[in-house]
Ligand binder design. Sequence first.
Ligand code: ARG
Length: 568
Amino acid sequence: MNIDTKKIIADMITIEGESAQSIYDALGVPPDESMGDFALPCFPYAKKLRKSPVKIAEELQQALQSKLRPPVAKVQAVNGYLNFYVDRLYYAKDLLKSILALKSDYGNSDMGEGKTICIDYSSINIAKPFHIGHLCTTVIGGALYKVYKKLGYRVVGINHLGDWGTQFGKLIVAYKMWGNGKSLEEKGVSYLNSLYVKFHKEAEKDSSLDDKARFYFKKIEDGDKEALELFNLFKEITLKEVDKIYKRLNIEFDSYNGEAFYNDKMEPVLNELKEKNLLVESDGAKIVDLSEYGMPPCLLVKADGATLYATRDLAAAYYRKKTYDFYKCLYVVAYQQNLHFKQIFKVLELLGKDWGVYHIPFGMVSLEDGAMSTRKGKVVLLEDVLNKAVEKAHAIITEKNPDLEDKEKIAEQVGVGAVIFSTLYNNRIKDIVFSYDKVLSFEGETGPYVQYTNARCNSVLAKIGDQAVLNGDGGDYQGINNKEGLRVIALLEKFSQTLMETAERYEPCYISRYLVELSQAFNRFYYEHRIIDAEEGVKKARAELVAAVHIVLEEGLRLLGISAPKQM
Ligand code: ARG
């Protein structure tokens, strides 16, 4: 409970020579509910007060009779213990009332007011297929994005595109030699990828191709019209394709400034490093020596003058700080890049930039059949995974509910939702082995289970008729004063705290786990207690509980980027 009942009780009790804090600390929870919700053992005071614990408890009970106030309903002295009984419905009514009034705004906060959080996520590579390796960063970042917004922060979602590097020179050469616009139009990124593979094969036989590639990359750098046009075309094609996936995953960005964007923004960082004597020459290259910190050097300019991924990340940090004045900048990137970020952050620290930059690492996703090893060329495309999940969801729904309307749409919501939910169900850092059957099960700890519970709430409410009466006022709340009902209430109240923890620890799994818990608790209530055909007052109170669960489940799913079908 948000309100500290224990404190209210401690403040009521006066014992000579004891502070409210020591009484607070002494208050415990009895092992058995029949002995009350809180109990104060009076034995420790016997010696000082020179009275038996039984007598102390009885006297305290006497003195407290006139002081009791809600939610404390009753106090009883039993064998040297002072037992307190709390009116558990006291808060329940208020809670329901506020959820029903706030609706999806329930859980909103202004804790982030005036603070900006940049989240660098998804950050795909141009002309490369969107494979499941980019799934985690996309959905973890997307969930954090929504959660921080709900908590009142200004959030800037950044897709730090991988759109720079010699590979674009290669791609231009390959396209000019073997490509054509029609195939590119039709096949998109997979076509670009096959041109890229072909380039590598051919370059093994003909090394002049590599020179040509360097020549074209230089042309991009110099802003040559033809080279830039092709490069931009590749970029456009890639973005158009991934945008379809982002839509399916409910993902949005405020900026697509990627590596290329920082091409003309690296000078200030390099200059500052030079001024502060942090930039060291090493075999013609420019590095920041990090040996003192047990790390390899951070390479920033190669001997041939080329800059690197790290150089652009430093420039990006400068730019973001200047543009957004962020309070935190989060980089949601796989743990394989741990060292990269440790280096970048160390360099920023050496520059005296105490900026609140955080690497949010996560593990790998692989499929049950062992696919995913890029080395064998077996890349698993995210689109294929989503499509297969939707197809399977369609089959399950058709079997369970053959007459369901709008089956295509619901299968899309369930299939995609299942993939997202399973990706967000474990602590980030764990590797995930993905199984279609497991993530699509309607009974396990899955997205479909939560969606199904939510649809169940919806169907109960549809039978209630006029839902305007569900306002947390005037029902018979004894109808929810039972183990199952109170458990649901306790969980509903935990929603805000869950959001805070998610934000604090950068762990969307707190939300997904919470949603499963709430669904399980609700389903227990649903099986144990009649709702629709209960007596009017009880029916109203129970329906309010259902409506509140419905609001919180839907909002929780939304935060994870998952749609909530009304029926399944
Ligand atoms: N494009 C990179 C990759 O796919 C991720 C970029 C992450 N963001 C960053 N600022 N370095 O590995």
